[in-house]
Design a protein around this ligand. Structure first.
Ligand SMILES: C[S@@+](CC[C@H](N)C(=O)[O-])C[C@H]1O[C@@H](n2cnc3c(N)ncnc32)[C@H](O)[C@@H]1O
Length: 393
């Protein structure tokens, strides 16, 4: 197995690059470089296994193979053809190419991936009189084709299906949160696992499960078995097993409460199914309640919640709900810290409390603000004469 260092790229979502840098530092990655929705780093195959198993805020780990310039389709074809694909892909194997294209030259990403596939298949057919089969379904090799204008990078995708697919969710409610975003928000909040965690609008329970996994140091992919690198020719099962066993031994205890609640009985049922599936039923408690009637667990509590967005969920009066949230924060949750994530910037104004931090993140393709409220005892409402004070920047 290759035990030399090589370059890798961990892809993430907008706004989570800094927390991913910290996660990679903790794993011992070298030459870490923050990129746009990605972080570059050096390491060996063991680190590639660890990155896949442990990183909470990465969506995939790529191993770049080579880069080149292509100013037209022929140059793309010729440059792809040059690579020694025979060292990587069996001519009777299976292959999938995932295109990520931002280019005025290659305006159709599928066409660019078609050209790439043609070059690889033509080359292997010429050498072995047969060509790999293209399939999306559990292929032997997944190539990531990244084109930015005329700059092309072809990488091996070591993860396969996106790493947000943790495999603990058996069901979702409408507008569920992406698991990587949930994990990222928890880390962005700076939670040091030194108090309770509570989500009063928990939906399918994603924030609760990610909080519990973080609190108990449960590896991000503890529930998942499929990773693309396990099909690579240099895959080492003993090393992979060692990485997982070491990480699993490091799971620990957490001395505080993790609570969630939601007004919808269906949401609570779904959250409970997901919690049970993750075997976290002893660690997370959930309640069916309107936020107005829901008490906090005893003791210092971090609140992170994702109220309905106007775009994604119908609520009778979204502004009323945000006003209620602000009132509950002020009257019932004072003395604690609360964070809200929403893409409804207008609705945020109705919370009526001035956020002390605002961070831009994306949930799926929706631009959101993640706003922090320091709920000091006797928090004052933002002054009426300055309604813009509550507006996320
Ligand atoms: C955007 S969803 C939360 C999604 C969640 N983060 C997930 O991953 O599934 C918003 C949730 O707020 C709940 N909700 C709406 N009004 C509420 C209220 N007054 N009190 C408590 N929950 C409420 C909805 O039932 C819904 O499940």
């Amino acid at each position: 197995m290759e035990n030399k260092d090589f370059r890798m790229v961990a892809k993430t979502m907008f706004g989570l690059e800094d927390v991913l840098v910290k996660e990679l530092e903790a794993l011992g990655a070298k030459n870490i470089e923050k990129l746009n929705r990605a972080v570059g780093f050096d390491g060996d195959m063991i680190l590639l296994y660890k990155a896949n198993y442990l990183l909470r805020t990465a969506v995939s780990i790529l191993k770049p193979l080579y880069s080149f310039e292509a100013n037209n389709e022929q140059e793309l074809y010729d440059n792809v053809y040059k690579y020694k694909w025979e060292k990587l892909i069996n001519s009777d194997g299976t292959l999938f190419i995932e295109p990520v294209v931002y280019s005025t030259i290659f305006t159709h990403s599928l066409y660019a991936s078609q050209k790439t596939k043609d070059a690889i298949c033509d080359k292997l057919r010429k050498m072995f009189s047969q060509r790999p089969t293209m399939t999306r379904d559990n292929p032997d090799i997944i190539l990531n084709l990244h084109i930015h204008e005329n700059q092309v990078t072809i990488s091996l995708n070591s993860s396969g299906e996106s790493l947000y697919k943790r495999n603990y969710r058996v069901a979702v409610e409408s507008a569920p949160m992406n698991e990587v975003v949930a994990a990222g928000l928890i880390q962005l909040s700076g939670w040091e696992k030194d108090c309770n965690f509570f989500d009063p609008m928990c939906g399918s329970g994603t924030l609760l499960i990610e909080a519990a996994m973080f609190a108990y140091n449960i590896p991000a992919q503890y529930y998942r078995r499929d990773f693309a690198f396990t099909k690579w020719s240099d895959f080492s099962m003993p090393d992979w097993k060692r990485v997982r066993e070491k990480a699993d031994r490091e799971m620990g205890d957490f001395d505080y409460e993790i609570w969630g609640s939601d007004i919808s009985g269906q949401a609570i049922k779904t959250a409970q199914e997901n919690i049970n599936n993750a075997k976290l039923h002893k660690d997370i408690q959930i309640f069916r309640n309107d936020i107005q009637d829901q008490d906090l667990p005893e003791g210092k509590t971090l609140i992170i919640s994702n109220p309905p967005y106007g775009e994604r969920l119908e609520v009778d009066d979204i502004f009323d709900l945000y006003e209620t949230i602000g009132r509950v924060f002020k009257n019932k949750y004072s003395g604690n810290t609360a964070w809200l994530i929403s893409s409804d910037f207008e609705a945020f104004k109705y919370v009526g409390l001035r956020p002390s931090r605002r961070i831009t993140v994306y949930n799926s393709n929706l631009e959101c603000k993640f706003c922090k409220y320091d709920l000091y005892e006797g928090s004052k409402k933002a002054k009426k004469q300055n309604p813009e004070a509550n507006l996320p920047e």
